[in-house]
Design a protein around this ligand. Structure first.
Ligand SMILES: Cc1cc2nc3c(=O)[nH]c(=O)nc-3n(C[C@H](O)[C@H](O)[C@H](O)COP(=O)(O)OP(=O)(O)OC[C@H]3O[C@@H](n4cnc5c(N)ncnc54)[C@H](O)[C@@H]3O)c2cc1C
Length: 381
């Protein structure tokens, strides 16, 4: 199931699909044993123009619609769900920097994100909780020249391999709530910054971890948006990443679906190919339909974004429905492969583990449903 594409989008789709087929898919499982995302692959994707195409031309991007980023991430995640975090974080962090950083700071980082020379993480979650995201303890104390950061971020993707991190910190009092939070771009080699990594169920090369800030001096020029506007303004970037995550997850599920259709055409049981048994094909048909529906929702959301229309509720729908549907699909595909599916040799188990992480990352289903409810109640009023 495809969407109508412009000539330009078709060219990006072809380039991304070729890269995914030749470079990503053959090593998706072997890559799980590697310690980090291969920077050579990242630079290759940058050279092909596959990172941050939505970022402004003035900073090395191509200024293309969000929808094109969706086309690229879907094609790449079909080959390797985890490598596609590069596009996800590149566009999420890149857009926040492009919209909210001062010109010099943006000029310093954006061209290197686009070229694949650097990776930027997004550090919001703290040890005491991620869902109540504005309730931050990490402090940014003002000085004459900037701020001093102290505290810990937890559960951060690419924590110990990023070159910089977009850090949300409290500049106001706890009573200020979301309005007391500011955002900073902090180089990971700044004195006082250290990082650790967790032992995870999936997405091992994405390597979540903690980032510790011990009297870290951050120049005022590295603050994004106005003081206290970090949460309210900068968080709007999540409406973009949530639609991209939906596509990233559905692409991984589509890979398992395609492999399952091929498998049931060849494998025989009761004297006929499995595909002759409707008990085998109907679940796949149902999941193919769900994948198509979620894909359309994600592109619809990206088109709303490109048209400058509200899309917060739609983005939250993509974020809870996409990963959940993808996990359900891959689970069914694993079962369709019988005992082979249970083997570590086939990719379904890894895809299921990898995709499941994004049922939590970037906000859980419950939080997405809170957002949808709030938006719908606002519309009703
Ligand atoms: C793969 C992965 C990647 C991640 N990457 C990043 C990253 O790059 N940067 C970053 O900052 N964070 C990242 N995270 C952290 C993620 O955003 C948080 O884990 C998430 O927001 C949930 O926070 P929590 O784990 O503290 O759960 P909690 O907030 O403790 O919630 C626990 C459970 O309670 C439910 N719950 C909480 N409040 C409510 C409520 N009001 N109503 C109903 N249910 C509720 C939640 O849905 C959840 O099921 C990542 C997490 C994962 C798994």
């Amino acid at each position: 199931m495809t969407i109508p594409l412009s000539e330009e989008q078709r060219a990006f789709k072809t380039a991304a699909e070729r890269f995914a087929r030749e470079k990503l898919a053959p090593h998706y499982q072997a890559r799980e044993q590697e310690p980090a995302i291969d920077r050579k692959l990242v630079r290759e994707m940058g050279a092909l123009g596959l990172i941050g195409t939505d970022l402004p031309e003035s900073h090395g991007g191509l200024g293309l619609p969000s929808e094109t980023t969706g086309v690229i991430i879907e094609a790449l995640a079909y080959g390797d769900f985890n490598v596609a975090y590069v596009q996800l974080l590149g566009s999420l962090c890149g857009q926040i920097i492009a919209r909210h950083a001062a010109g010099d700071l943006a000029a310093q980082w954006l061209p290197r994100i686009v070229s694949g020379e650097c990776l930027v993480s997004l550090a919001l979650t703290e040890p005491r909780g991620g869902s109540d995201a504005a309730n931050l303890a990490l402090s940014a104390r003002p000085t004459d020249t900037g701020y001093v950061l102290n505290g810990e971020k937890s559960s951060i993707s690419i924590a110990d391999q990023a070159d910089a991190s977009l850090v949300f910190a409290r500049t106001g009092t706890p009573e200020d709530g979301a309005r007391g939070v500011s955002a900073f771009l902090v180089p990971m080699n700044a004195p006082g910054v250290t990082a650790s990594r967790f032992s995870d169920l999936g997405s091992k090369i994405v390597a979540r971890g903690s980032i510790f800030f011990d009297d870290v001096q951050v120049p005022r020029a590295n603050r994004l948006a106005a003081e206290g506007a970090g949460f309210v303004q900068v968080m709007q970037g999540f409406d973009f990443s949530r639609a991209l995550i939906g596509l990233q997850c559905i692409a991984a599920a589509q890979a398992s679906l395609d492999e399952s259709w091929a498998y049931v055409s060849e494998r025989k049981a009761f004297g006929a190919p499995l595909s002759r048994h409707q008990g085998v094909t109907f679940p796949l048909a149902e999941h193919e339909s769900m994948a198509a529906a979620v894909r359309q929702l994600c592109y619809h959301t990206l088109r709303l974004r490109d048209a400058g229309q509200p899309h917060t509720a739609e983005a939250a729908m993509c974020k809870w429905l996409g990963p959940k549907t993808a996990v359900d699909i891959i689970h069914q595909c694993l079962l369709t492969h019988g005992h082979y599916g249970w083997s570590l040799d086939l990719p379904h188990q890894q895809r299921m583990r990898d995709v499941m992480g994004l049922e939590i990352g970037d906000g859980t289903a419950q939080i997405m449903k809170l957002i949808i409810s709030r938006e719908m109640l606002n519309r009703a009023r």
